[in-house]
Design a protein around this ligand. Structure first.
Ligand code: AMP
Length: 288
């Protein structure tokens, strides 16, 4: 190719990915990895573009990881539009897509899991027991296979990026973690592969998540400092929408995720709610 970039390689074998990455590194290339579950949207593409801008060799992983889904969650129906995802990766100049089978990531008889204490049992972790154990385990495996210099994650999954940063520090993993801002639809809805499940009516209700976050930001900007009152207003807004059930609404410390009673200069608001059967999360960093 004119720009010196090769064709997209689509690999399902961890050894082949490792060889391709090591060959790139021998040429002095800086390697970036973007872990995803596929059904790529502009949020994912923003991570790929950040990797493309900062690295010379970009690996995107597409793997719907069974261990991070609970028994009654949407693992089976999670969207898997592989051809469209590969076309998007080709267009973005990705070098390798790693798309393994479940058996490749969890060899028969697997008994080893990664647990991050504390962060994995609150908020998202409390609602989805075992979820973060699955996330920490698969991210460790994907980093082991792709050996990137930099790995890219979205702020959209705020608790997840905190947990992954903690895990990489604790396990002395030789990788830099970059967190990219949440990409939203023009009306504010955070992009998510699960938005595809929403009917037009549910889509309208789903808008309440981002609206609740913006409500908190606006109240703080107007000088309101009563965090319990702001949380209640966020919850009331969510619960005023048809078919919305709130899992949690909180304003907390941006690193520990401890719920706050008094404002800090930097905080994070987290929301999780179901719109009928579709579970959605969103968050916003807040400043006072
Ligand atoms: P997923 O495929 O949902 O596991 O997401 C893969 C990566 O993309 C994770 O690091 C997510 O945080 C990130 N991501 C998902 N949605 C968005 C979004 N709307 N904006 C930015 N990053 C996102």
């Amino acid at each position: 190719m004119a720009d010196g970039r090769g064709e997209l390689q689509v690999l399902d074998d961890p050894d082949q990915v490792r060889s391709a990455v090591r060959a790139a590194r021998r040429q002095g290339k800086r390697v970036g990895c973007v872990p995803t579950m596929g059904a790529l949207h502009e949020g994912h593409l923003s991570l790929i573009r950040a990797a493309r801008a900062e690295c010379d060799f970009v690996v995107v992983t597409i793997f719907v990881n069974p261990t991070q889904f609970g028994p009654n969650e949407d693992f089976d129906k999670y969207p898997r539009p592989l051809e469209a995802d590969l076309a998007a990766c080709r267009k973005e100049g990705v070098d390798v897509v790693f798309h393994p089978a479940v058996e490749a990531m969890y060899p028969a008889g697997s008994k080893t899991f990664v647990e991050v204490e504390g962060l994995s049992t609150i908020w998202e972790g409390a609602c989805r027991p075992g979820h973060f154990r699955g996330v920490a385990t698969i991210v460790t495996k994907l980093l082991n296979v792709t050996e990137p210099d930099v790995a890219y994650f979205g702020q959209k999954d705020y608790q997840q990026q905190l947990l992954i940063r903690q895990m990489c520090r604790d396990l002395l993993l030789p990788v830099r973690i970059r967190v990219c801002p949440t990409v939203r639809e023009p009306d504010g809805l955070a992009m998510s592969s699960r938005n595809a499940y929403l009917s037009p009516e549910e889509r309208r209700s789903a808008l309440a998540l981002s609206q609740a976050l913006f409500l908190a930001r606006d109240r703080l900007a107007q000088g309101e400092r009563d965090l319990p009152a702001i949380r209640q207003a966020m919850r009331d807004h969510l619960e005023s929408q048809p078919n919305v059930r709130v899992d949690y609404v909180t304003i907390c410390h941006p690193e520990t995720l401890e719920e706050l009673e008094e404002p800090l200069p930097r905080m994070v608001a987290l929301v999780a709610a179901r719109v009928n059967e579709t579970r959605l999360i969103d968050n916003l960093l807040l400043e006072t």
